[in-house]
Design a binder for this molecule. Structure first.
Ligand SMILES: [Cu+2]
Length: 211
């Protein structure tokens, strides 16, 4: 929608520019116009942009509210940023673990450099997942481009966002708020699996990562 609006605005401005350059060129206007005011024109060029901005604002607010609260959450994932790793908590299952990047020298063939972690987040697909983010030290940002999430993690504050993953697979993200010397080395890896596989993973994880 914005692309359509800005294209129209840009074309309208370009058309006006070309029109004015041609119509008021020096050759055709040996005596330049001395007009400085036109009340009607000023009202028009104030009102039209105001109406356009209102037209943009209402869908934006709708989207903001849509992103803000989880609709009927089925599970919760708590994310905490640390210098320099992430820790995750599944409050309902009472498990928690830290997630560190795998160093270059420990990478196995086929693994993505700077993106693999020792313990990835595993979540079920087609599930409304409430995500609570916070930080243990400085600002970080939990960003998952493929899931449309980029949420600052703020010490002393709990922010909420959500996701509902439709496709099974592996998703990568990175810390997106400069947080210190190892900022570039705290990736995020999410593996989205079927609900059945998730139950199985949870069963094993409960033993491995019990609180
Ligand atoms: Cu960072």
């Amino acid at each position: 929608m914005l692309l359509v609006i800005i294209t129209c605005v840009a074309l309208a401005v370009l058309f006006l520019l070309i029109y004015i350059v041609l119509k008021f060129r020096a050759k055709k206007n040996p005596v330049p116009s001395k007009t400085t005011h036109d009340p009607i024109l000023e009202v028009v060029w104030t009102l039209i942009p105001a109406i356009i901005l209102l037209g943009i604002a209402f869908p934006s607010f709708k989207l903001l509210y849509f992103m803000d609260r989880t609709y009927e959450p089925e599970m919760t994932l708590k994310v905490t940023g640390h210098q320099w790793y992430w820790s995750y908590e599944y409050p309902e299952a009472k498990i928690s673990f830290d997630s560190y990047m795998i160093q270059d020298i420990d990478l196995k063939p086929g693994q993505q450099r700077l993106l693999e972690v020792d313990h990835e987040v595993v979540v079920p697909i087609e599930t409304n997942i409430r995500i609570l983010v916070t930080s243990a030290d400085v600002l970080h940002s939990w960003a998952m481009p493929a899931l449309g999430i980029k949420q600052d993690t703020i010490p002393g504050r709990l922010r909420e966002t959500w996701m509902r993953i439709l496709k099974k697979g592996t998703y990568y993200g990175q810390c997106s708020e400069l947080c210190g010397i190892n900022h570039a080395f705290m990736p995020i890896k999410i593996r989205a699996v079927s609900k059945q596989e998730y139950e199985q993973w949870l069963h094993d994880a409960k033993q491995k990562f019990a609180d």
